[in-house]
Ligand binder design. Structure first.
Ligand code: F6P
Length: 529
């Protein structure tokens, strides 16, 4: 049975017809306890989804759909280590990376080696080829081997280790690596080559150039051992690159790239914030894992976020999802979530390989508040497109400067409220807006949003937040009947780039190419000659 034919899906479609035109003003007006009814808490983490365009019947039907999709059964299959990533014949076991005492022995072993390595770098017992301390770490990786660690290191800058800077280089464009290396001293720089496959074009190109940069000063191949470590599942390739086995931090094919910051891919995090903080990050995620596996459906935070996303996407026709952290430290969260959500669930083939005829993941985007307010929020308020949003805020600031945080929170609440309730012409008139401007001062409202409040931003609460979104993605995959753990969609472009590189270098004929690509290559070759 395809997903839309599940009885609850059909009932939701019918129900949406009556609710689609109801305004949030009306829903709030009818129910003074709407906040209590449509908000959940777990250990200080609060999710208010009362500003979503739904009522009790909606949530009842959505939970019926989750039952019919057998979300508990899929949870069990994941936990039992079944190859639920069936197109790659892989289990999905990233929760075991953060299971603490219950983690598998090989996970504990790598964590122990990461701890010892961090200690050696932080204490200065690890030295570069000339005997100097390491002051700069450069993570070379892309996608899941970059976005998660980069985001966490930025988010937890308040915990930054003294005397050590951690940089991230991902882009194939030489401007990324060159501009980073420009400020660094090879005698004091350590590179982490972070790649699950150890074959990704961008990362390997940057790793080769970084090695040449080191050797230009060190003049001795042996220096590579003191300046290069790797996080990878591909031990043969790391050794072929010249990285000593003792410098390789292993992980396994059952860790998806976008779920890998908890593994050896988290090494730059542990170096930046210290291993103790890294274990607190893992503990926060583990706490949310336990909640996800044990909490009843109606109290289950990740399931609730997934059901809301499904409702907005498939029944209210919201094709865009904004993520607005009112926390400068969480600036990079939308970029991480873009990969997590869109690479996982942006798919058209269901688990059986049939083409789906319903929307899957919406376009996810976002920026930190209040910056977004002075940019694209105009469109959210008056542009007419339906955009569902997550507002994320911290009760206590991680950088408490006097006078800043209350105003930041006020802006966060003001935006979600203005988006939900808008302003009628009558309200504008009674607020003293002159008649000739009334049409411009009307705000239709009815833009749905969820507000996620964290007590504060710590490694533990960040771990909770990230695991919350990971499990939301898992639930959505179950509801949409997708394999959330492969990413075949990125392959075609990679293959074509390989072929076109030879054409651009003039080593292969362009005769077989489409007219546009052929014309562009001819122009580029002319401009470059
Ligand atoms: O873009 C596809 C992808 O495979 C991502 O899923 C992954 O995170 C990224 O490339 C990097 O891959 P790797 O860690 O193997 O270099």
């Amino acid at each position: 049975m395809t997903v839309p034919l599940r009885p609850a899906w059909l009932a939701l479609a019918e129900h949406a017809r009556s609710l689609r035109n109801r305004h949030l003003r009306d829903l709030f007006g009818r129910d003074p306890e709407r906040f209590e009814r449509f908000s959940l808490q777990h250990r200080g983490l609060l999710i208010d989804f009362s500003k979503q365009r739904l009522n009790h019947e909606t949530t009842t039907l959505l939970h019926q759909l989750a039952e019919q999709a057998d979300w508990r059964g899929w949870q069990k299959r994941m936990r039992a280590g079944e190859a639920i990533n069936h197109t790659e014949q892989r289990a999905v076991r990233h929760v075991e990376l953060r299971a603490g005492d219950a983690a598998p022995a090989e996970v504990k072993d790598v964590l122990g080696r990461m701890a010892a390595f961090c200690e050696a770098i932080h204490s200065g017992t690890w030295r570069g080829f000339s005997g100097e301390r390491i002051t700069d770490v450069v993570n070379l990786g892309i996608g899941g081997s970059d976005l998660g660690p980069r985001m966490v290191v930025h988010a937890l800058s308040a915990c930054q280790q003294p005397d050590l800077r951690v940089h991230f280089v991902s882009n194939l464009d030489g401007a990324d690596l060159a501009s980073t290396l420009a400020g660094l001293n090879p005698r004091r720089t350590l590179f982490i080559v972070a790649s699950k496959t150890f074959s990704t074009l961008e990362t390997m190109a940057n790793a080769r150039t970084a090695r040449a940069w080191l050797l230009a000063t060190a003049n001795d191949e042996g220096a590579v051992t003191r300046h290069f470590v790797a996080a990878s599942t591909n031990l043969a390739a790391t050794s072929a690159f010249g990285i000593a086995p003792a410098n390789v931090f292993e992980f396994w094919d059952w860790v998806g790239g976008r779920f890998s910051l908890w593994s050896a891919i988290g090494l730059p995090i542990a170096l930046a914030i210290g291993f103790r903080h890294f274990t607190q990050l893992l503990a926060g995620a583990h706490d949310l894992d336990q909640h996800f596996f044990a909490a009843p459906a109606r109290e289950n935070l990740p399931l609730t976020l997934a059901l809301i996303a499904l409702w907005n996407t498939n029944f209210l026709d919201a094709h865009s999802h904004g993520v607005f952290p009112y926390s400068h430290s969480l600036t990079l969260l939308p970029a991480h979530l873009q990969q997590l959500e869109m690479e996982s669930n942006g798919k058209r083939a269901n688990r059986d390989g049939q083409a789906v005829d319903y929307e899957t993941n919406p376009i996810l985007w976002g920026a930190a508040g209040t910056n977004g307010q002075h940019s694209f929020f105009q469109l959210l308020h008056q542009g007419g497109a339906l955009v569902a949003s997550d507002f994320i805020a911290l009760a206590r600031s991680d950088y408490p400067l006097p006078g800043h945080h209350s105003d930041l929170l006020a802006n966060c609440l003001a935006q979600s409220s203005a988006l939900a309730f808008g302003q009628t012409v009558e309200e504008a008139r009674s607020a003293g807006i002159p008649e000739h401007l009334l049409a411009f001062r009307r705000f239709p409202g009815n833009q749905p949003s969820t507000t996620i409040l964290l007590p504060e931003l710590t490694p533990f609460t960040l771990g909770q937040l990230l695991a919350l979104y990971e499990h939301k993605v898992f639930c959505l995959g179950v509801l949409w009947n997708l394999n959330s753990f492969d990413q075949w969609g990125v392959e075609l472009g990679k293959q074509m780039a390989g072929r076109l590189a030879t054409c651009i270098r003039g080593e292969a004929t362009t005769a077989e190419l489409d007219a546009s690509t052929r014309g562009l290559i001819a122009h580029l070759q002319q401009s470059r000659s």
